[in-house]
Design a protein around this ligand. Structure first.
Ligand SMILES: Cc1cc2nc3c(=O)[nH]c(=O)nc-3n(C[C@H](O)[C@H](O)[C@H](O)COP(=O)(O)OP(=O)(O)OC[C@H]3O[C@@H](n4cnc5c(N)ncnc54)[C@H](O)[C@@H]3O)c2cc1C
Length: 442
């Protein structure tokens, strides 16, 4: 009897030991995979978060993996040696699904890291900046995501409406800059309150959403769109979301002035004079900045740049086939675009310097290989002089000029950051390090 009991206990202990051993072994194996992914992310320059991202309190984390499951993007989070960790943090767009999914509330959402700060403008509880009459809404203020930006656009405009501005001939009550989620919602709210307003957009209605890749699934929580009602989309296509916005604007007779970039804002008496790239100027009593955080692409300033065939971002590379393309630039965006395009097109990459510098390791390897395999042509020390319907004129070195047959031009020449724009306007900015935007009440 005693022997039997010893055998049973012994077997049970052995079994437990085996289970624990197998568990620890699989955990070690999984950690190794995550370690390798982190190493790769570091090499590719994707490990450092650039905007809103999760911070995991490892003392509270119980490695449930709920955050990894919940994240709609791929390999942003993983479990390493018994705790949550960031992997490709640069790709995080701040959905916050991990924040809600964590069963022990170990995640907070922060902007910037301890080493790398993020510049955020000063805004009071009414969304007004330190410059009286200039308001800020949306991601520019630090809080991203479509639903949040829609809410902020509405609230900022409600505060402007509360000012009870007296209408003045030839002067707008409010001029809205940017037509992303925040600017669209602000425009609808301005209409709702009968304000005399205009919305200027340097690109197209939809803002960052307009520039999402076609295949991207847009994740958003239900939101209230002023003058339209509840929008109950969860996982949707960008086209569906854009058509809802367009519908809401059309039904309310709101026409947004697209392809008009605001260059500067200057105080003039108790108004602001707003200058644009089209040469038009506007007088307004207040301004709402809903310009997001992605900045304005820099132009080359050459003849022909205004043509339809010129673009500053690559939206749907898979749709561009059999074209003669010139890509301008030597940074990561230019290289990545040229590499994508050269799969189905004839690509020339034009760069004004004599070599690439400060590229992500992976991009450097890929472009070197593509050049060796003659998948594309790279012309260093070159500058575009002129763009024409079916060709471009390029200056190479000091004294050579070449005419090249061409269908499309993509320009990646950097850009002006929104913070530079804010500084010009006089809005105060502070660099925030690992600034907590959302955390659970303790
Ligand atoms: C790849 C990616 C995926 C994302 N996925 C999601 C998602 O699934 N769900 C989600 O909720 N959020 C997502 N986001 C975040 C979301 O897109 C942003 O938080 C949101 O679009 C910000 O809205 P906004 O109105 O503040 O700014 P934006 O959408 O950036 O719009 C600002 C607008 O202002 C214009 N502008 C700027 N400067 C000027 C100027 N000087 N003159 C005139 N116009 C100007 C710009 O052209 C732009 O159209 C994603 C972001 C990215 C980059």
């Amino acid at each position: 009897m005693l022997l039997e009991q010893v055998l049973i206990y012994g077997a049970a202990i052995l079994l437990c030991g085996l289970v624990i051993y197998l568990y620890l072994r699989s955990e070690k194996k999984a950690s190794k995979i995550v370690e390798a992914k982190i190493q790769k992310a570091k090499e590719e320059g994707l490990f450092e978060p650039v905007s809103l991202h999760p911070r995991i309190d490892l003392n509270t984390c119980i490695k449930s993996g709920a955050c990894v499951e919940a994240c709609p993007e791929k390999d942003i989070l993983g479990i390493l040696n018994g705790g949550g960790t960031l992997i490709n943090a640069s790709n995080c767009v701040g959905h916050g699904a991990c924040f809600h999914a964590c069963p022990v509330e170990a995640i907070s959402l922060v902007i910037g890291t301890e080493q790398r700060g993020v510049e955020l403008p000063h805004v009071n509880e009414n969304y007004e900046s330190n410059v009286e009459g200039i308001y800020i809404a949306g991601e520019l203020g630090g809080m991203g995501l479509i639903k949040n930006c829609v809410e902020q656009g509405q609230m900022a405009m409600e505060n402007i409406a509360k000012l009870g501005l007296k209408s003045v001939e030839n002067v707008y009550d409010v001029l809205i800059i940017g037509a992303g989620p925040a600017g669209i919602s602000a425009s609808l709210t301005a209409k709702q309150h009968g304000l005399n307003f205009i919305t200027l957009e340097q690109d197209s209605v939809g803002g960052t959403v307009f520039n999402f890749p076609r295949a991207k699934i847009v994740m958003t929580a239900p939101m209230h769109l002023p003058l339209y009602g509840k929008v109950k989309l969860y996982d949707t296509s960008k086209d569906e979301l854009l058509s809802i916005w367009q519908d809401a604007l059309t039904k309310n007779n709101i026409s947004i002035t697209e392809h008009t970039k605001v260059e500067s804002i200057q105080p003039e008496g108790s108004y602001f004079r707003v200058f644009t790239n089209t040469g038009k100027e506007y007088l307004t009593q207040t301004v709402l900045l809903a310009i997001g955080r992605r900045g304005t692409p820099r132009k080359l300033g050459i003849p022909g740049e205004e043509m339809q065939k010129v673009a500053y971002r690559l939206l749907e590379p898979e749709r561009i086939v059999g074209k003669k393309v010139v890509v301008v630039g030597g940074g990561d965006s230019a290289i990545e675009s040229a590499l994508l395009l050269c799969e189905q097109n004839q690509v020339i990459l034009s760069y004004r310097r004599d070599a690439f510098s400060r590229l992500k390791v992976k991009n450097r390897e890929n472009i070197t290989r593509a050049m060796e395999e003659q998948k594309l042509q790279v012309i260093f020390n070159s500058n575009l002089l002129e763009i024409q319907e079916d060709k471009v004129i390029m200056k190479i070195g000091d004294d050579m000029t070449k005419t090249i047959e061409n269908d499309l031009v993509y320009i990646f020449a950097g850009g002006e950051l929104p913070t530079q724009f804010l500084k010009k306007v006089g809005v105060e900015i502070t660099k925030r390090f690992a600034y907590t935007v959302r955390k659970h009440a303790s």
